[in-house]
Design a binder for this molecule. Structure first.
Ligand code: NAI
Length: 328
């Protein structure tokens, strides 16, 4: 039998946590033969609620759930961690400027990056879910200088999954028959859901939908889906966000299916003219626990403009956190 994997989840008492923890413990993320130890981090006032969630986790009697650690100390939460899902963050409140938002999140992701640097496994795989996810990932990464920068990623998989489901609905195709959608850039309204390489039942997606629909309805619907969920549900996406985080880590750990790719926000190596170092959504394939950007795709002028706009937003966020001394 396998050694248990240590999985750190921050913000574990929150709404995403409430969906996420049970699925990790049931083996949806790392496989039905991989025992896990959950290492749960919360702020002190939320520990009581977290203990309630832990009672429920125990009551599920998951055979793969080897142990649970509950703490408000990042040095305990990240100890020997193999995987970390950074969910806890400071949400934007009404009237909050971007600078205030980034500075509040710096107060969370800088010490977490330092703790990862100090005590986590050297090959830890980190995904940041808490918004602004891409820039929070950059902050954690830059404060963990002894860990390979490629181990820090951010979640655009929810956008990717939304892009697939919207296309499936429009074409009448099945989700499983849709391949090679890409989310480029930031997990924000500037993201670019790109169908230029996508296929439905092996046929180019853009041959099956109207170009005007794609440009004026599809792209904004995918990019603004989060707001539509809040409007309908009165709370932000939680189960779908948890599901996407599971998909992200599962594909990173266990690999993408042959001939297909997924979208992950990863440190840019300059591919496709994206400024180096930005945590930017790319099409990636994964083999043996290592991801690689899919190379050689044709980029139209339409795509170029959208890829540059979302890169520009990420550069502005990086400039802002540089001013705050949170990154180099
Ligand atoms: P929530 O507010 O229900 O839970 C967040 C939890 O984080 C709270 O329990 C809070 O106590 C905890 N927390 C705050 N600071 C912490 C710290 N320093 N250390 C540990 N825990 C801390 O929020 P929810 O709905 O679970 O969402 C979490 C984040 O995920 C938000 O930032 C949200 O915007 C983001 N999100 C990202 C998505 C994506 O696709 N990337 C999709 C949906 C949500």
């Amino acid at each position: 039998t396998k050694e248990p994997a240590r999985v750190t989840v921050t913000g574990a008492a929150g709404q995403i946590g409430y969906s996420l923890l049970f699925r990790i413990a049931s083996g949806d993320m790392l496989g039905k033969d991989q025992p896990v130890i959950l290492q749960l981090l919360e702020i002190t006032p939320a520990l009581k609620a977290l203990n309630g969630v832990v009672m429920e986790l125990r009551d599920c009697a998951f055979p793969l759930l080897h142990d649970i650690v509950v703490t408000d100390d990042p040095m305990v939460a990240f100890k020997d961690a193999d995987y970390a899902l950074l969910v806890g963050a400071m949400p934007r409140k009404a009237g909050m400027e971007r600078g205030d938002l980034l500075s509040a999140n710096g107060g969370i992701f800088k010490p977490q990056g330092e703790a990862i640097n100090a005590v986590a496994k050297r090959d830890i795989k980190v995904v940041v879910v808490g918004n602004p996810a891409n820039t929070n990932a950059l902050i954690a990464q830059q404060n963990a200088p002894d860990i390979d920068p490629k181990q820090f990623t951010a979640l655009v998989r929810l956008d990717h999954n939304r892009a697939i489901s919207q296309l499936a609905e429009k074409t009448g195709g099945a989700v499983k028959d849709i391949k090679n959608v890409t989310i480029w850039g930031n997990h924000s309204s500037t993201q670019y859901p790109d169908l230029s390489q996508a296929t439905v039942n092996g046929q180019p997606a853009l041959d099956q939908v109207d170009r005007t629909w794609y440009e004026t309805e599809y792209i904004p619907t995918v990019a603004k889906r989060g707001a539509a969920i809040i409007e309908a549900r009165g709370a932000s996406s939680a189960a779908s966000a948890a599901g996407a985080a599971i998909d992200h880590i599962r594909d990173w750990a266990l690999g993408t299916p042959e001939g297909e790719w997924t979208s992950m926000a990863i440190p840019s190596d300059g591919s496709y003219g994206v400024p180096e170092g930005l945590i930017y959504g790319f099409p990636v394939r994964v083999k043996n626990g290592k991801y690689e950007i899919v190379q050689g795709l044709d980029i139209s002028d339409f795509s170029r403009a959208r890829m540059d706009a979302t890169a520009k937003e990420l550069q502005e966020e990086r400039d802002e956190v540089r001013k705050l001394g949170l990154v180099k």
